[in-house]
Design a protein around this ligand. Structure first.
Ligand code: RTP
Ligand code: MG
Length: 150
């Protein structure tokens, strides 16, 4: 069964360009409920840890530098089939390949500065959400704590 939660980051470029409100609006318009939300800035060690999966890739250093360059908005979002649905909403990694009206088509500047992150699996959504949020910071639609993500 598909999980109902995904995790997102509004990246430093989109925050810096003043797109937080517009992006959260697009997310809400697409039917996602905000289950957790915060505004934070990663230090180098935290960004290296979060992106450890990409450690061997040539863009790792650049990615860590970029993700620590300014504040980010992190959120847990709820919708049926959230991971897949959210990946469709944000569009391809490279904004040149992103479908029109996707968040990356609208707000990304380049493949590196691509405005937003979306988890790529239910398991990763859970891992990534737990990286930023504790158990008492993620809420279900009734305002209670979410016992188990995905
Ligand atoms: P994300 O994790 O941010 O949602 O993006 P994604 O799944 O679409 O792409 P992924 O392969 O997981 O790559 C993570 C992030 O690394 C940056 N990147 N830069 N310079 C490059 O060639 C390059 N390739 C990837 C992007 O910011 C990408 O979102
Ligand atoms: Mg990814």
């Amino acid at each position: 069964m598909k999980g109902n939660y995904t995790f997102t980051i509004i990246k430093p470029c989109a925050v810096q360009s003043g797109h937080i409100g517009a992006i959260l609006g697009d997310i809400a318009d697409a039917g996602f409920r905000v289950a957790a939300l915060k505004f934070v800035r990663l230090n180098k060690k935290e960004a290296q840890e979060f992106y450890k999966i990409h450690e061997e890739r040539p863009f790792y250093g650049e990615l860590v530098d970029f993700m620590t360059s300014g504040p980010i908005v992190v959120a847990v979002l709820e919708k049926e089939g959230a991971v897949e649905g959210f990946r469709s909403l944000i569009g391809s990694t490279n904004p040149k390949e992103a479908a029109p009206d996707t968040i990356r088509a609208k707000y990304a500047e380049s493949i590196g500065r691509n405005a937003i992150h979306g988890s790529d699996s239910d398991d990763n959504a859970k891992i990534e959400a737990s990286f930023f949020f504790s158990r008492n910071e993620i809420f279900n639609s009734e305002g209670g704590f979410v016992e188990n993500l995905n």
